[in-house]
Design a protein around this ligand. Structure first.
Ligand code: IPM
Ligand code: MN
Length: 358
């Protein structure tokens, strides 16, 4: 089969980690007889430098014409002083809303080979760790009205509005329920319903959907408590569903309890098959171009892409088991290095995964 994949390498370590991942996909293509066509397009800081815009029209068009999008990372100190609307991050928001990707899936999985990288006490993670954060991605405070004002008493003011419609909560809850059914069947909805009206609508909506579907077990948690429970006893969670902002914060926390943010993939999906797949880590400008970044999060994102957007289950499994094999064999990048293991650079790690695919 032929598959069209748009590749947005982006900034910082983005180009290095996507390069290795594209090579991994080519290996999969050769082994399983698929033809992947890669269209490399610009977004983020590099796009600002080349075209003056973080998300050139051409990029969105190519993504819309592709079966899936693979993204490295965008942003860096070079563009940090630009005004809000011109920043590299705008590319992400343009892609998320332009492609209708309202659900962001961030699995936090602890590999048995990396147990010592987990900062939590061993008894908390003796059965491993497997939590899925389902973050709403095209609504809430990220997309609400924002602005500056002036108040006679207070002086200069600024505001960002959190707005959620029932429809937005319904569709993200539906995704969370579907995910839970393939896992342990439990959904924890995280909000701040003791304070925020938008959270009260969120909670009512989730409850109504839970009443109509008894195959999932649903509970609610305030976000401050959830952030504490994640480090106190992470295995009480199966699927966490939450708003854009809370999901941004909790998914970073969930990723850190697995030991390394360099390992974690993510998928952004909508009502169509086409999704966007990217590592949870950012552009890490401090280590860019040094061949030390961990490409595994992006490689694992490609596995999610094969499974979610292209229906290539066996091929996705092949990538994931190759990564496990490489870790079991003792190969590590600098971020997950521990005594007695063999340290590899970005390229060598990509190569090791390709060899393990065979
Ligand atoms: C993420 C990132 C982005 C977000 C930033 C870079 C705008 O932190 O994908 O989690 O907040 O969504
Ligand atoms: Mn984030």
């Amino acid at each position: 089969m032929n598959y069209k994949i748009a590749v947005i390498a982006g900034d910082g370590i983005g180009p290095e980690v996507t390069r290795e991942t594209v090579e991994v996909l080519k290996t999969i293509g050769t082994k399983y007889g698929h033809n992947f066509t890669f269209s490399h397009v610009l977004a983020g800081g590099c796009a600002i430098d080349a075209t003056g815009q973080p998300l050139p029209e051409e990029t969105l068009k190519t993504c819309l014409e592709s079966d899936a999008v693979l993204l490295g990372a965008v942003g860096g100190p070079k563009w940090d002083t630009l005004p809000g609307k011109e920043r590299p991050e705008m590319a992400l928001f343009g892609l998320r809303s332009g492609l209708g990707l309202f659900a962001n899936l961030r699995p936090a999985i602890l590999y048995s080979a990396l147990k010592e990288a987990c900062p939590l006490k061993e008894e908390l993670i003796k059965d491993g760790l497997d939590v899925l954060v389902v973050r709403e991605l095209t609504g809430g405070i990220y997309f609400g009205e924002r602005g500056r004002g002036h108040d006679d008493r207070l002086g200069e003011t600024a505001y960002d509005m959190e707005v959620y419609s029932m429809m937005e909560v319904e569709r993200i809850t539906k995704v969370a329920f579907e995910m839970a059914k393939k896992r342990k069947g439990k959904v924890t909805s995280v909000d701040k319903a003791n304070v925020l009206e938008s959270s009260r609508l969120w909670r009512e909506t989730v409850n109504r959907m839970a009443e109509g579907d008894h195959s999932v077990q649903v509970d609610h948690m305030y976000v401050d408590n959830a952030s504490m429970q994640l480090v106190r006893d992470p295995n009480q969670f199966d699927v966490i569903v939450t708003s854009n902002l809370f999901g941004d914060i909790l998914s970073d926390e969930a990723s850190m309890i697995t030991g390394s943010i360099g390992m974690l993939p993510s998928a952004s999906i909508g009502s169509e098959k086409r999704g966007l797949f990217e590592p949870v880590h950012g552009s890490a400008p401090d280590i860019a171009g040094k061949d030390i970044a961990n490409p595994i999060a992006t490689i694992m994102s490609a596995a999610m892409m094969l499974r979610t957007s292209l229906d290539l289950m066996e091929e996705a499994d092949a990538i994931e088991s190759a990564v496990s094999k490489v870790l079991d064999a003792g190969y590590r990048t600098a971020d997950i290095m521990s005594p007695g293991m063999q340290k590899l650079g970005t390229k060598a790690m990509g190569e090791a995964v390709r060899k393990a695919i065979g």
